[in-house]
Design a protein around this ligand. Structure first.
Ligand code: HEC
Ligand code: HEC
Length: 507
C-alpha cells in the first residue's frame, strides 16, 4: 500500500512537472489527463502462495490452481443492469421495454482514458452480477407474496436495493446475483443507499425462501457442502447435513440477520459480519480471520478473484470444494473469471469509496468519551488515525506458531471472543484481526459474527452471561447465549459508557 508520504511526494512532483509518478504497490501509474496504468497480473504463480495466512490446521491450507488454468477460464462479460421496482410501481411500459433490450457488455478497457474513467468502470464491475436467478428470480420479484414474505425494502429512489435485473439474451430478463452490490450496499434508515458500507442485504432471507420453494433436498445439501465443508475438522461441523431437511437448512439461513452473511468458506452456523469496504485501502489483512494479506493493489485483485469463484477450485488437503458439484475439477474453459483490467478497475473503485458525511459532532460528551478511550487502553489495539493497529490476535485456544511472529503482524494476546469462525471453518487461520472503528456510526451489527446489534449492546456487561439474548446473530434455535470476550469498556459508569459511545460515533 502506498504511504501518505509517497502520495505527498507524488503530488509535489505533479505540481512541478505536471505529470506524476505514483508508486502504488510496485506499479507505476502515470496520471494527469491520460492514465496508463501498469496493471498487476492477478494470478501470478509466485504471488498466490504468499497471499494467504495458513489455516489453523496448516496441512489443510488451500493450494490454488495454476496461472495456466486460471487464464484459460473465460472472461466474464460485465452486463448492463437495470433497477427492480416493487409490484405496481414500475414506470409505464418498463417491463415491455426491458424485454426488448439487447445484452450489453459495458466494460471496455480500450475506452478508459483517465483515472476517473477507470473508477467509473470499476463501479460497473462492482454492480455486475456473476450468477443469475440465484437467491432471487424474476418470477419471485414480480410476485407480491415474495415481497411480503422476505420483507423486501424499497430505497428512497423507489427501487429494490441489493438486486438488479440483467439481460444476457434479448427477451429474457433475469435477476442478477452475487454482485458486490448484492452484499456490500447498506440501506440507511432515511432510504439512501451507501455503496460499500457494511451491507444489510436481505439475501439470507431470499435464499431461505428460494430453498423452501425451489430446491430439492439434495441440491440444498450440496450447496451447503460446496460453500462450507471443511472435512478435515474433527468433529465435522457438517456431520448432520446428510440428515437435514430443506426446512432445517432454510431455517439456519433465515436465522442470519441483515449485516451478517454465510459467505463461502465460513459456515451457516458461524456466519460473518459483512465488513465495511470504505477504508479497505489502509487495512493490512482482509477478512475477520485475516486470511488474506493486503500489501498492494494486486493483492486486493487476487482477493476478489478468489472470492468470486476461484476459491472453489482450491485443494484443501485432498478436498476440493467444486468437486461436490461436478465430481471432478472441471475444464477451465467451462469456468469464468474477471479480466485483470476488470479487477484493477474494481480495486480503484473500492479504494475511492468515501464515508458519508458524519452528522455526529465532536462535542463535550465526545471529548469526555475520548478520554475514556485513552484511559481504558483502547488505543493500544484501535490505534488512531485508522483506529486499528492492523494486527492479528489469536482466537481463544489457538497457539501462535513461532514462525508466525516473524512473518505476520501479531499481537500475541487473545481477546477471548467465540473461536468457532477462526478454528472451525475454511477461513479459519486461528486469528481475528483488530477491526477499525471508523464508521461505526453508520454500521452494525458488531463483533465478527454480528452477535450484537448496537454499540450500546457491545458495551453492556450483561452480554457475558449465559442468559443473554443476543440482539444480532443468535443462531437457529438459540434463545440465549453469552457473547463472550473483548472485556474492554464493560466496567464503565453509565455516564462514561455514554460518552465513549458518543466518541466512537464521531469516527
Ligand atoms: C454473498 C455476499 C458477498 C458478495 C457477493 C461479495 N462479498 Fe465481499 N465480503 C462478504 C463477507 C461476508 C465478507 C467478510 C468475510 C470474512 O470476514 O471472512 C466480505 C469481505 C470482503 C472484503 C474484505 C474486507 C475486510 O476488511 O476484511 C473485501 C475487500 C470484499 N469483500 C470485496 C468484495 C467485492 C469487491 C465483491 C464483488 C466483486 C464482493 N466482496 C462480493 C460478502 C460478500
Ligand atoms: C487487545 C486488543 C484490544 C483492545 C485493548 C480493545 N479492542 Fe476492541 N476489538 C479488538 C478485536 C480483536 C476485536 C474483534 C473481536 C471479534 O470480532 O471477535 C475488537 C472489536 C471491537 C468492536 C466491534 C467492532 C466491529 O466492527 O464489530 C468495538 C466497537 C471495539 N472493539 C471497541 C473497543 C473499545 C472502545 C475499546 C476500549 C474500551 C477496545 N475496543 C479495546 C481488540 C481490542
Amino acid at each position: 500500500m502506498d504511504t501518505k508520504r509517497t502520495r505527498q511526494l507524488a503530488l509535489a512532483f505533479f505540481a512541478l512537472v505536471g505529470f506524476s509518478v505514483l508508486i502504488n504497490g510496485g506499479q507505476t501509474q502515470k496520471s494527469g489527463s491520460a492514465f496508463s496504468p501498469m496493471i498487476p497480473k492477478t494470478w501470478d504463480d509466485e504471488a498466490i502462495p504468499n497471499l494467504e495466512v495458513p489455516l489453523a490446521e496448516p496441512d489443510a491450507s488451500p493450494v490454488h490452481v495454476s496461472s495456466t488454468y486460471y487464464y484459460r477460464m473465460r472472461v466474464r462479460p460485465i452486463y448492463k443492469t437495470y433497477p427492480i421496482y416493487p409490484i405496481g410501481k414500475e414506470p409505464p411500459g418498463y417491463w415491455e421495454w426491458l424485454n426488448q433490450q439487447e445484452p450489453q457488455d459495458v466494460f471496455d478497457a480500450a475506452k478508459l482514458k483517465t483515472k476517473g474513467d477507470w473508477v467509473k468502470a470499476g463501479e460497473l464491475v462492482y454492480q455486475a452480477p456473476i450468477a443469475f436467478d440465484g437467491t432471487a428470480s424474476t418470477s419471485e420479484v414480480r410476485d407480491p407474496a415474495w415481497w411480503a414474505k422476505v420483507g423486501a425494502p424499497v430505497a428512497k429512489d423507489g427501487t429494490l436495493p441489493f438486486y438488479r435485473y440483467v439481460i444476457r439474451a434479448r427477451g429474457k430478463v433475469e435477476v442478477g446475483d452475487l454482485s458486490c452490490w448484492n452484499c456490500h450496499n447498506r440501506l440507511m434508515p432515511d432510504g439512501t443507499v451507501i455503496q460499500g458500507a457494511q451491507g444489510n442485504s436481505i439475501n439470507e432471507l431470499t435464499d431461505a425462501y428460494k430453498k423452501r420453494t425451489r430446491d430439492p433436498v439434495e441440491k440444498a445439501r450440496r450447496a451447503e457442502r460446496v460453500l462450507f465443508a471443511a472435512p478435515w475438522l474433527r468433529p465435522d461441523p457438517q456431520a448432520r447435513l446428510a440428515q437435514m431437511t430443506v426446512e432445517e437448512i432454510a431455517g439456519i439461513h433465515e436465522a442470519i440477520p441483515p449485516g451478517v452473511n454465510a459467505r463461502r468458506g465460513t459456515s451457516s452456523s458461524f456466519p460473518v459480519q459483512i465488513p465495511d469496504l470504505i477504508g479497505v485501502k489502509d487495512r493490512r489483512y482482509l477478512d475477520h480471520t485475516g486470511l488474506e494479506q493486503h500489501r498492494s493493489t494486486g493483492e486486493l485483485m487476487r482477493y476478489d478473484a478468489l472470492n468470486q469463484g476461484a476459491e472453489f477450485l482450491a485443494r484443501y488437503g485432498d478436498f476440493t470444494p467444486i468437486t461436490v458439484l461436478s465430481g471432478k475439477v472441471p475444464e477451465p474453459e467451462t469456468q469464468q473469471r474477471y479480466s485483470d483490467e476488470q479487477l484493477y478497475a474494481l480495486a480503484l473503485y473500492i479504494y475511492s469509496l468515501k464515508p458519508p458525511p458524519n452528522p455526529n459532532k465532536f462535542d463535550g460528551l465526545a471529548e469526555r468519551g475520548q478520554r475514556v478511550f485513552q484511559g481504558e487502553g483502547c488505543a493500544g489495539c484501535h490505534t488512531p488515525p485508522l483506529y486499528t493497529n492492523n494486527k492479528l490476535t489469536p482466537a481463544e485456544g489457538f497457539k501462535v506458531p513461532e514462525e508466525h511472529l516473524k512473518k505476520y503482524d501479531i499481537l500475541p494476546m487473545s481477546v477471548g471472543t467465540d473461536p468457532s469462525l477462526a478454528l472451525r471453518t475454511r477461513r479459519g487461520t486461528g486469528y481475528y484481526k483488530v477491526p477499525s472503528l471508523k464508521g461505526v456510526w453508520y454500521r452494525g451489527p458488531f463483533e465478527h459474527m454480528g452477535s450484537v446489534a448496537t454499540l450500546e449492546d457491545w458495551f453492556d456487561p450483561r452480554r457475558l452471561r449465559d442468559d443473554y439474548v443476543p440482539t444480532g446473530f443468535r443462531g437457529v434455535g438459540v434463545k440465549t447465549r453469552a457473547v463472550k470476550g473483548h472485556p474492554f469498556g464493560l466496567n464503565l459508569s453509565v455516564e462514561d459508557r455514554k460518552a465513549l459511545i458518543a466518541f466512537l460515533k464521531t469516527l
